[in-house]
Design a protein around this ligand. Structure first.
Ligand code: NAD
Length: 495
């Protein structure tokens, strides 16, 4: 142990009296001691961010100067990639292969992308409204932005939000999940070493229940960008209603994969395994409902279940490990409770459904990849997000039924369509009520494309031009150029 994890406020690393042990979910052992922010530190961060925005140089820097800073973050992450991957794996239980090849390089790439592309996005625009009027649409930073992130992709989601918010010229307070603050703190060191002016980035670990309201209701905050559960999202909406703020809400999902008869079965099965079991199913875009067309249903299910049983569970830092532990014992209990409820509602477990007995894994929060069938469309597990390695499988006959099954839940985050008939797939994509549709693939995120859900999965976008522009506000500047200053309003009362 004995890794310390201070807060980062106004350019200073601060230890606080209240600490929380950070646990490695593979072993159940304490690996670090994190300082927890109280309302006092939340207030300090709010003042620092406000001051840095109102009086500091950051929003006034030229776009080129901000680009230089942001590029240093991309490089800092790449320079520390091995250490960051190991730390993320220890803290989250995500297999080292995933953190090494996905989380860490993608985090760096997002900063690199924003550094190289945002300049075009910030261009002011002249808009033609009339011959006498010169109108300009100006894009400005929002101001102070609070970024609240979950534990499932701690560094990556932090970087998605920071890259856009900072490129646009905002100052920020980042609150990581108190379960997984370690890579955010390493990022604070990279930010500090890159020479960011004090107060531009403040990173405060803490309990959402204790400091959430202070951060989200405060008048000094102009915008909140939240990724997490629906329950917390709704609370944050309530806090923020005390003082009006712009919001991005990236919430939960219950996404569907639609597999048609004409697919290459092996490819569809292999990708579908990744679409639910990567990161132990703790992905907002997990394809936790797989619908397979009748003709191939039995073969698909048999092959999927047989391969699911072969996924290698292990300590997350072992490069051979394909599936690590869940984030916590509480999360595992939640998963078990959902499976018990599904059984009580008539569901049948085809594989998994229990804690592995392997002695090496006994102290971690492991759970076997689980496949359920015979699940009613009215059951809890059909409609609610489990956030674990649990998938249900179901038949459909034609594309109308597939669309209706996919759309039959309250969430609308993502969907996969598997078919060689691209016309059918694209037509079906138009009918699916979800923000991202993958056809014949899964999980491809691009910095160029805005990402975000519909319905109860939230609103607003991250990434892409649209995601970047979320962190800006539009201002109209209107100059009247009528000859002799004679627009109607100037003489309205006839004086
Ligand atoms: P969570 O809602 O429990 O916590 C998310 C963050 O909110 C944490 O930092 C937490 O400390 C903070 N928080 C908790 N209570 C708060 C309060 N009262 N006020 C302010 N902040 C508070 O979510 P989680 O368990 O960390 O993450 C899992 C959830 O996140 C799942 O529902 C998943 O679908 C969702 N998620 C969504 C996306 C997306 O892009 N849509 C991505 C990843 C995760």
């Amino acid at each position: 142990m004995n890794l310390k994890c201070p807060l980062y406020i106004n350019g200073q690393f601060i230890e606080t009296p209240e600490k929380q042990n950070i646990v490695n979910p593979s072993t159940g052992k304490v690996i670090a001691e994190a300082s927890m922010a109280s309302i006092k530190e939340a207030e300090l961060a709010l003042s620092a961010a406000r001051e840095a925005f109102d009086y500091g140089p950051w929003p006034q820097f030229s776009l080129f100067e901000r680009k230089e800073f942001i590029s240093k973050l991309a490089q800092g992450i790449l320079d520390n990639a091995g250490m960051l991957a190991a730390l993320e794996t220890q803290n989250t239980g995500k297999p080292i292969k995933e953190t090494t090849f996905m989380d860490i390089p993608s985090s760096a790439k997002t900063f690199e992308f924003m550094a190289n592309n945002f300049i075009d996005y910030l261009d002011n625009e002249e808009i033609n409204v009339s011959a006498e009027t010169k109108a300009e649409l100006i894009r400005e930073p929002m101001g102070v932005v609070v970024l609240i992130i979950p534990w499932n992709y701690p560094l990556l989601i932090a970087c998605w939000k920071l890259a856009s918010a900072l490129a646009a010229g905002n100052t920020v307070i980042l609150k990581p999940s108190s379960l997984t603050p370690l890579t955010a703190l390493e990022l604070a060191k990279i930010i500090h070493n890159a020479g960011f002016p004090a107060g531009v980035v403040n990173i405060i670990n803490g309990s959402g229940a204790k400091i959430g309201e202070t951060l989200c209701a405060d008048k000094r905050v102009d915008m909140i960008s939240f990724t997490g559960s629906n329950e917390t999202g709704k609370q944050i909406l309530q806090y923020s209603s005390k003082n009006v703020k712009k919001m991005i809400m990236e919430l939960g999902g219950k996404s569907a994969s639609l597999i048609f008869n004409d697919v290459d079965l092996e490819v569809a099965v292999n990708s579908s395994l990744a679409s639910i079991f990567l990161n132990q199913g703790q992905m907002c875009t997990a394809m936790s409902r797989i619908f397979v067309q009748e003709e191939i249903y039995d073969n698909f299910l048999a092959s999927f279940a047989e391969k699911a049983k072969r996924i290698k569970l292990g300590l997350a830092d072992n490069p051979e490990t394909q599936m690590g532990p869940l984030i916590s014992d509480a999360q595992r209990k939640r998963v078990i409770a959902y499976i018990d409820k599904a059984r009580a509602e008539g569901g049948r477990v085809v594989c998994g459904g229990k804690i592995p007995e392997n002695a090496e894994l006994i102290n971690g929060y492991f759970f076997e990849p689980t496949v359920l069938v015979d699940v009613s469309t009215h059951s809890h597990i059909f409609k609610e997000e489990v956030f674990g390695p649990v998938v249900l499988m179901h038949k459909f006959s034609g594309s109308d039924e597939a669309a209706s099954l996919a759309n039959s839940v309250d969430f609308g985050l993502a969907c996969c369509i598997w078919s060689k008939d691209l016309l059918l797939a694209q037509e079906l994509a138009g009918k699916i009520n979800a923000g991202t549709i993958w056809i014949n693939t899964y999980g491809m995120f691009y910095n160029e494309l805005p990402y975000g859900g519909f319905k109860q999965s939230g609103f607003g976008k991250e990434l892409g031009r649209e995601g970047f522009l979320e962190y800006t506000r539009f201002k109209n500047v209107i100059v009247d150029q009528s000859p002799d200053g004679k627009p109607l309003v100037n003489y309205w009362y006839g004086f």
